[in-house]
Design a protein around this ligand. Structure first.
Ligand SMILES: [Fe+2]
Length: 286
C-alpha cells in the first residue's frame, strides 16, 4: 500500500476491508468508497470544497436532538429516502403505493369510531373522507386498521403546536364488516419542512423551496396483508410537482370535491361548504 495514486487508491481502500467479518457491511462500505472516490474525481473536489462539505455535515449532526433529525431531513430532500422506499416497496399494479412516513407519526393516537371527527375542536374547512380497504381482487377487508394523521389548515401538526397537550388531528379507525371507513376532518394545508438548519440553507443554495403539497398520512394494516404507509394528496395543490421530499405519486392524488348543499351538510353534521374525498386502499396479501 505505497505509491498510491488516483488509479489504484480506490482498490487499496476496498482491499483494506478484506478482514471485515460482516459480508453485507463489507459490500456496503466497498460500494460507498467506490462511489465516494468517483464523486471526488468527477467534480474535481477542491480543498476548500472538501472542508465546506465537512463543515456542512458537522452542522447537520449538531442540529439533531431528541425532536429534530436533520440527517433524515437531508436524506429526504436529496431523494435518498424516497429511493430507499421505492426499491423496498415495489407493489403490483393496483395495490396502494407506499410513500414517505415523515417525522410526525405517533403510535399513541386515540382510537376513534367510524364517522368520528379527526379534527376535534380545531377549526378548518370540513372534509368527509371515506372509502374501502380492499384486497387486489376487490374483496373487502374488515377490521383493517387505519392510522391517520395530518396538519391543520395552517400546515402545522400537533407536535408543532404550542400549548398542545395530548394529540390532535390524528386517530385510529377500523373498517366495518364490508371494509368501509369514514371519518370527518378538516382540509390539510401545504407546509414547509424545517428551514432553520443547514438543510434549509442547502435548499436555498439549490434554488429550491421547502414546501410539501397538502396531504393526509395513512398507515394501514390488516391481518394477512402487507401494511402500507402512504399519503393522500390534495389535487390542485401548487406544490404537487415540486414536493421538497419527492413523495408524490400520481395514484395518491385525490379530489377534494366541494359540496355547498345544506341538506348534505346536515346529514354529516358539518357546515357548508364542505368537501368529500372518496378513496379505496388496496393491500397486498402476505
Ligand atoms: Fe406530512
Amino acid at each position: 500500500m505505497r505509491n498510491l495514486n488516483e488509479t489504484n487508491l480506490t482498490d487499496a481502500v476496498i482491499a483494506a476491508l478484506s478482514e471485515a467479518k460482516d459480508p453485507r457491511f463489507k459490500e456496503i462500505m466497498s460500494s460507498l468508497v467506490k462511489h465516494l472516490h468517483e464523486f471526488i474525481q468527477e467534480v474535481h473536489l477542491t480543498e476548500a470544497e472538501w472542508l465546506r462539505g465537512i463543515q456542512f455535515l458537522t452542522a447537520v449532526g449538531q442540529k439533531c436532538d431528541d425532536r429534530r433529525q436533520e440527517f433524515i431531513l437531508l436524506s429526504d430532500t436529496l431523494g435518498a429516502t424516497t429511493m430507499k422506499d421505492i426499491i423496498n416497496n415495489l407493489k403490483p399494479h393496483g395495490v396502494t403505493e407506499y410513500t414517505i412516513l415523515g417525522p410526525f407519526y405517533r403510535s399513541d393516537a386515540p382510537e376513534l369510531p367510524l364517522s368520528g371527527n379527526l379534527a376535534g375542536e380545531i377549526a378548518g374547512e370540513p372534509v368527509i373522507v371515506k372509502g374501502r380497504v380492499l384486497a387486489p381482487d376487490g374483496t373487502a377487508i374488515p377490521d383493517a386498521k387505519l392510522e391517520v394523521w395530518q396538519s391543520d389548515s395552517e400546515g402545522f401538526y400537533d407536535l408543532q403546536m404550542e400549548r398542545m397537550n395530548g394529540s390532535a388531528l390524528r386517530g385510529v379507525f377500523r373498517t366495518d364488516a364490508d371494509g368501509n371507513y369514514l371519518f370527518r376532518t378538516i382540509k390539510p394545508a401545504f407546509y414547509p419542512i424545517p428551514q432553520d438548519g443547514p438543510v434549509g440553507q442547502m435548499l436555498i443554495a439549490m434554488g429550491r423551496h421547502p414546501y410539501r403539497p397538502a396531504h393526509i398520512h395513512f398507515m394501514i394494516s390488516a391481518e394477512g396483508y402487507q401494511p402500507v404507509t402512504t399519503e393522500l394528496f390534495v389535487s390542485g395543490d401548487p406544490y404537487l410537482d415540486s414536493d421538497a421530499v419527492f413523495g408524490v405519486r400520481e395514484s395518491l392524488i385525490v379530489s377534494f370535491v366541494r359540496n355547498d348543499s345544506k341538506e348534505d351538510a346536515q346529514q354529516w353534521n358539518v357546515s357548508v361548504p364542505f368537501y368529500t374525498v372518496d378513496y379505496d386502499f388496496v393491500l397486498q396479501p402476505t
